[in-house]
Structure formats: structure tokens, C-alpha cells
Design a protein around this ligand. Structure first.
Ligand code: URA
Length: 202
């Protein structure tokens, strides 16, 4: 069954329920569940990540694994209360590949990102954020198009087809992947600075 968002969505709850049975691409087959966005409706800030990871897939909530902990720390240092923002992903099912006993993250492909975009559009329609923060290339390209480069345009407001200003920045996982403490600290500081820009602009 291919669930689609209702034409005039009323609430995030309604969307979450509908997305629970979405077979709009093949990712549902190997994922535990749909991981829909969460947070306050009418949040001033919406954060969009790539896709749920292993922990998110198991718990059914976005950004609750290692990247989520880093995001929460960065939000806190930027003076933003996670309880006051809406957090979601460009793709709502976990894409993974097996390596021994582990399920390794695999980047969603362009077709999967496209298939999931109507859910993101519907979330934006319901939440009506003042600013959308795009975390990493997948989220940024889902919203701004495939030619968009985070490295070139991070940290500043741009207009989007949603009529809502967006700001792109890195994905928190990229900070976790830093190879030494010094570059990790620098990457985290730059990320926090981007979040502060978003908080001021909403
Ligand atoms: N990475 C994401 O992009 N989203 C999550 O929810 C978790 C990790």
C-alpha cells in the first residue's frame, strides 16, 4: 500500500499515522518502522536530518542515537531548547546494509529522497516553521535541489520553494567522524555558530 500525505494535513499526529504504512519506496521492507518527525507544532525552528539511524529505527524517534546526542549538546550550547523545535528527516525509513551482526547506515538514493519529500512538505505545511535548518547534504538537496553544496552555502539564510527561509549546515554525524579532537572541536564550534544564526533568524 502506498500511503500518501492527506491533501490538507491537520496535524503531525495525522501525518505520523498515515506515514506508518507508507510503501512509497522500498525502504520499508527492511526497516523496523517509519520514523516520523516530532516536536511542537508551530515550532519556530524545524531541523531536517538525512534518515533515521539504527537507534532511531528501533526506538521510532528521530535523532535519539549518537548523532542525536551531539545535536542536543550543540542545540543546548546554541541556547536552543530541543523541546521547542521540530526535528525530522528527509527520509523516514532506515536504509542499512548488514556487516556481521551490525546494521551499517547506507545513504538513501535520489529516488528514495524524492519519494519521501511529500511527507516533509506536509510536515512543513502543518508546523509552519519560521526557519528550516538543513542538516547535511541529503536534507539540503531534498529541499534545495541536487546541485546544492553545503560546503559552499552553509550558515546563511536562503529562500526556499516552501516560502520559508532555510539555512544549511553540516550533519552532526560528520562531526562525530572527525579524526582528532582539535578538528572535532572546531567542527562543533562552527555547527553551534550555524545553529545560533538559525535561532536569531526565526
Ligand atoms: N541521522 C539523521 O539524519 N537522522 C536521525 O534521526 C538520526 C541520525
Amino acid at each position: 500500500m502506498t500511503a500518501e500525505p492527506p491533501e490538507h494535513p491537520r496535524s503531525v499526529e495525522q501525518l505520523r499515522e498515515a506515514a506508518g504504512s507508507c510503501h512509497g519506496c522500498d525502504l520499508w521492507e527492511h526497516a523496523t518502522q517509519t520514523v516520523f518527525g516530532e516536536g511542537r507544532e508551530r515550532s519556530r525552528l524545524m531541523l531536517v536530518g538525512e534518515q533515521p539511524g539504527d537507534q532511531e529505527d528501533l526506538q521510532g524517534r528521530p535523532f535519539v542515537g549518537p548523532a542525536g546526542r551531539l545535536l542536543e549538546k550543540a542545540l543546548d550550547q546554541a541556547g536552543i531548547d530541543r523541546g521547542q523545535v521540530y526535528v525530522t528527516n528527509a527520509v523516514k525509513h532506515f536504509r542499512w546494509t548488514r556487516r556481521g551482526k551490525r546494521r551499517l547506515h547506507e545513504k538513501p538514493n535520489a529516488g528514495q529522497v524524492r519519494a519521501c519529500r511529500p511527507w516533509l512538505e506536509a510536515e512543513i505545511e502543518v508546523v509552519k516553521p519560521g526557519v528550516i535548518v538543513l542538516l547535511g547534504a541529503t536534507a539540503a538537496q531534498s529541499v534545495m535541489g541536487p546541485a546544492f553544496r553545503v560546503s559552499k552555502d552553509r550558515g546563511r539564510f536562503m529562500s526556499s520553494s516552501f516560502g520559508v527561509p532555510v539555512e544549511a549546515t553540516v550533519h552532526p554525524s560528520s562531526i562525530l567522524r572527525a579524526t582528532d579532537d582539535e578538528s572535532r572541536e572546531a567542527a562543533l564550534a562552527a555547527f553551534i555558530s550555524d545553529l545560533r544564526v538559525a535561532a536569531r533568524g526565526g
